[in-house]
Design a protein around this ligand. Sequence first.
Ligand SMILES: Cc1ncc(C[n+]2csc(CCOP(=O)(O)OP(=O)(O)O)c2C)c(N)n1
Ligand SMILES: CC(=O)[C@@H](O)[C@H](O)COP(=O)(O)O
Ligand SMILES: [Mg+2]
Length: 633
Amino acid sequence: MQLSDLTHPNQLHGLSIAQLKQVACQIRDKHLETVAATGGHLGPGLGVVELTLALYQTLDFEKDRVVWDVGHQAYPHKMVTGRFNNFATLRQKNGIAGYLNRKESSFDHFGAGHASTSISAALGMALARDHQGENYKVVAIIGDGALTGGMALEAINHAGHLPQTNLMVVLNDNEMSISPNVGAIPRYLNKIRLSPEVQFIADNLNDQLKQLPFVDHSFTGSIKEGMKRLAVPKVGAVFEELGFTYIGPVDGHNIEELINTFNRAHQIVGPVLVHVATTKGKGYAIAEKDQVGYHAQNPFDLTTGKAKPSSKPKPPSYSKVFGDTLTKLAENDPRILGITAAMATGTGLDILQKNLPNQYIDVGIAEQHAVTMAAGLATSGMRPVITIYSTFLQRAFDQIVHDVCIQNLPVFFCMDRAGIVGADGPTHQGMYDIAYLRCLPNMVLMAPKDEAELQQMLVTGINYTSGPIAMRYPRGNGYGMPLMEEGWEELPIGKGELLRQGDDLLLLAYGSMVYPAMQVAEILSEHSLQATVVNARFAKPLDTELIIPLASQIKRVVTLEEGCLPGGFGSAILEAFQDAGVLVPVLRLGVPDLLVEHATADQSKAELGLTPPQMAEKILSQFAVPQPMGVTH
Ligand SMILES: Cc1ncc(C[n+]2csc(CCOP(=O)(O)OP(=O)(O)O)c2C)c(N)n1
Ligand SMILES: CC(=O)[C@@H](O)[C@H](O)COP(=O)(O)O
Ligand SMILES: [Mg+2]
């Protein structure tokens, strides 16, 4: 079977084990070739090649449903559902998405990007099936990391309560989240995986049983299961006690064993959990060796595994500056605890973990728990600095309201990836944090204009103990600003910064849009328009003492933010003007009420008209300023 000829996953039916192994080679080759060229998630997909092929040989995609958790590991799924030939467009603008997407393919039965949702969605599909008197299989595939998310446990609790609802949960256990998995659940899973008895049975019984002439080899799986139960009574006990039939652990790279296991599991009435043991990065030694580093990669050289050198040296990322600075602050303040929800490397908290492990907490993929735990810490004199991507913090909205803001507890939220993130697309854009936090009583919101101001805002946030405070900053590199090693000056809460003066226009910029606003002002000055530029620094409380008189005097106002316009920073300005009786025209520049698809961040900004030249042009046309004759830009 040539994958380039495959248009429907049912074409996998009837292939021999040898043929499936050959298809697996094609998948791995394409996976490696593509991710090396475009960047993306490398290790996760390599680990589920055999699992995908084996499972899909037991399913009928004309009616059965499959739900992948997160979806970052579903590149093999995409290749066997008709997207092999254009897979090279992965995560490129108008190309194949990096996660499942119902708009992209009818075989993508449910989209994701955020973890721990698959069992809930699959259970919904199974209940619909039963209500409609239909008879098709529903399978959720969830990783051991995603299983640490509360939603997954809520769904298991519910599914285990429905003994007649057929649902298969395939647990892809590779012992890894992005970093090594944390918590009691992975510890329990490892106890099963690594128990000597289970290992012995898995490694030896096949051969022994094959010697016995009277044993029907299609039953060897059942016999092995029975032996495991005898040898390790606790194997799978937690899931069994929760109403699931547990099968496993199964070698996630043995196609034949997987097919036999899935076929047996399909016969079981009610919820069944198949525990599959895999290796993240399987088949690419460099990724198997460095499973953290090769969870996701920028374009890299396949032979060396090294990232392709960028054209010019890049300044440190915001995350790196954050991690370094927080670590330095924590060295002198034992109250500081850095908290992550399974994103140590992405947030830069791995720097704190390495240097001050006692002041570092990873709760697993459990943002809701992280926030309320931070609230608990804050009641007891600690300084919890909770570092969660803007998009993932959305998961803990009620905890922010209920446990932090209502009790007015001093929790410091550091929201990395706030703004347009690029290739991860709509599920990961940090679009909404200004809007979803600005409406909360007691919350203070701030955003640095560059990485040097981020250091100041870190000190400001840590020293602010009057209630909750949140700082947002973008994905990627800073501007290369000179960074201080210590002695950062904290900023007065609610005070902005006047960067430029001009009488014709007032540009009010927030966070990552401040430097672009300065570029806009330069372009406007070429059109004989002089703009005042304010670095707002705070979206709540606004520096009305600075902003209102300027607006009243200049009378033409532009707001600039890298976030959603509905409810965002510009909305805050409009509300403040309304409250102050300042009735002046305001042009709000930001992301309109739409989803930002995957592309590079620069491509998305250009598409949204958020580059400095585009914003200048919009300002000139909006304020209908006569252009000097013959001037073009
Ligand atoms: C709610 C949420 N928090 C954090 C993340 C970031 N994230 C993406 S994949 C991943 C690890 C998932 O581990 P696992 O489910 O075991 O899949 P594996 O990568 O091991 O295949 C994390 C933390 C996310 N996608 N969603
Ligand atoms: C799958 C997932 O959610 C993470 O791997 C995410 O893609 C990381 O994003 P960054 O690359 O911005 O750290
Ligand atoms: Mg995992």
